[in-house]
Design a protein around this ligand. Sequence first.
Ligand code: B1H
Length: 820
Amino acid sequence: MYNPIFEKEKFKREVTNNVKTLFRKSVEEATPQQLFQAVSYAIKEVIIDDWIATQKAYNEQDPKIVYYMSMEFLMGRALGNNLINMTAYKEVAEALDEMGIDLNTIEDEEPDAALGNGGLGRLAACFLDSLATLGYAAYGCGIRYRYGMFKQKIEDGYQIETPDNWLKNGNPFELRRPEYAREVRFGGNIRVEYDEVGKTHFVQEHYESVRAVPYDMPIVGYNNHMVNTLRIWDAEPIVDFQLDEFDRGDYHKAVEQENLAKNIVEVLYPNDNHYAGKELRLKQQYFFISASIQQAVAKYKTTHDDIHKLPEKVTFQMNDTHPTVAVAELMRILLDEEGLGWNEAWEITTHTCAYTNHTIMAEALEKWPIDLFSRLLPRVYQIIQEIDRRFVEQIRHQYPGDEGKVKRMAILMDGQVKMAHLAIVAGYSVNGVAALHTEILKKQELRDFYEMMPSKFNNKTNGITQRRFLMHGNPLLADWVTDKLGTKDWITDLSLMDGLKEWADDGEALQEFMSIKYKNKERLAQYILEHNGIEIDPRSIFDVQVKRLHEYKRQLLNILHVMYLYNQIKEHPEKSFYPRTFIFGAKASAGYIRAKQIIKLINSVADVVNNDRSINGKLKVVFIEDYRVSNAELLFAGADVSEQISTASKEASGTGNMKFMLNGAPTLGTMDGANVEIVQEVGIENAFIFGLSSDEVISYEQNGGYNPVDIYNSDHEIRRVVDQLVDGTYGYGNREMYRDLYNSLLNTKSSSRADMYFILKDFRAYAEAQEKVEAAYRDRDRWARMALLNTASCGKFSSDRTIEEYVKDIWHLDKLTVEV
Ligand code: B1H
């Protein structure tokens, strides 16, 4: 216990006092929500001291800073995580217990900060945790959405979206920083002026602007007094003073500006792996980027006078293409505000910005229509035109006569601004997020760019933080690991997990390991009973697929297989069948109709199967409502099997796969994304791998697909399952309900290609892999060994390792120490 506030009695007094001053109540009278607030403010008190000390260390040690630019930070809840990282969790739980307060209940009062969709946003959150823990100076830069990822309700089997009013009760951990507000300008036109010495000036006029006001959230490092900052921007209208000179007194414009401010940060776009080409989305992007870059440059200038040396102290990491306008915004500031010439500005920019690619899904590629882009960001667009002009010249110089290259590589082409091309041309680093993904980028998607600038390309396999996903999510296993390793050092050095392999053949240790799993399964079963009203048996195999709903992730393959198993059980009641519980959790983007049909199908199958008494509860299907970071922690801890069954080549990395592995659930998956590396670490005998390889998928795709009808015709069990989509079995007699899903599998006319994601092609292999799961699970010792070896082999997948690689190969940051 390092801080006097956790002198138990003092802390208790603090909580009591907070309840009193905030709510005029006593602890006994306060609601759980009020207690959550009171406790959080008491914790924030302590954090603030370290936060100040960290800022002081920044000022004194002048480290290089990484600005992690991201439209998404999927933070989840802060209270428990902060306590873990302050190494005060158990002490605080104890102190509260003495006051008659249950910490778990209090934690459940905190809304998830769901400022992200899925893997990409959660990765950003894990990275911040690791940066602070490892002692690197970093800011997360993003948007303070008024509404985060929507809340999912399931009504009659259908997904219903309701707004996520996460700020309703206020956010005790955030700090409003109006002193750092910035102005961000949109639209209007650019007037060119020449001054007395003949220098050109670009003056934006008739623009609309908003005031960007930062809110800071503390990012507590583990046991090191380091507190970094997640800076998320809110928008406020500039009403009274700053209408530009042409528009002063224009009431209409004032109202418009007020609306702009209100709309811009209103809501997170709920699309995962899909680009929403909406004007408002582009406004969001420029809004937070302009504010963040202005801020970063201003901060640099308070202590440095040579702007040319910016890259020595500042680096901007662009989390996918969403923040790529940063490139042009930095150029604008250097050219127009710092008065630099093009070449020196370009030199600085191309040593400051770096880009991470997170997907090869074509529908996720950001391409903005030029007319929209140039209307909204006229000066930024001019700069991009010049970047493009020079780049095309370079292509022509390097590949004379090859206009194909120009067409494929230009930033501006066919009336569009291609954000990935801009990011690659201006970035000093381009990285993929798993080995296979990076290879596919180099050989396929970005091949031309790789050929032209090979040294920019590198891989950084994703990782996850063990502080949240083991220590907080699975305290029983965390304590067991500490006990077995004889040290807590794995908390900041996950490679030490390797030492658990020593116990892989120790009967007693295996039993302990499995009894912890069993307790976590009971905890999960309890959650499911409370939230779904479904009773599940913790002795059954918990087979879990939780992730965003997307066709390429193939939840449809999973549920079709459940339908197949159900047929088997009905037809062969005499055959022994190990009881199984299939657990799904997934949000579908609001406009993604087919994804929503799959959710409905899963719920229909659940309805039929769970209510069929003739199968004696051998099979249960559960759809977890509102899958999110907080309930994910329970799901990883309680899973036996980790479903990672994307069509090979489509999942750039996956990070859920790593969270399951850490918690001792073997992977049932394809050779896709980071699964490949998981198998490398744990050994193929400790995973269940099936299906087409990425090379096979890509080769089919290049030849126009494959014919699923052959499989449908030749495999009657598959045919039966597919037919059940349209024979009323799961449509409550309605044969049309799943017609579109049926067509998507078989009918070339329904979509571009029949069975685009090779579901029928991989079905048999998947069913066989599932049989192997069952066989392996029946052998309790074998399974325990396998599960333990998964936990023991997960060392590589800590985001600490990932961040150290970013630091060494890309960012070159200095380590900081915080003295208190
Ligand atoms: C990932 C996205 C994504 N890749 C566009 N791409 C979005 C793309 O709102 N948008 O426009 C939102 C998200 N998300 C995920 O990133 C990959 O699918 C995972 O495989 C990967 O693990 C994760 C982190 O790298």
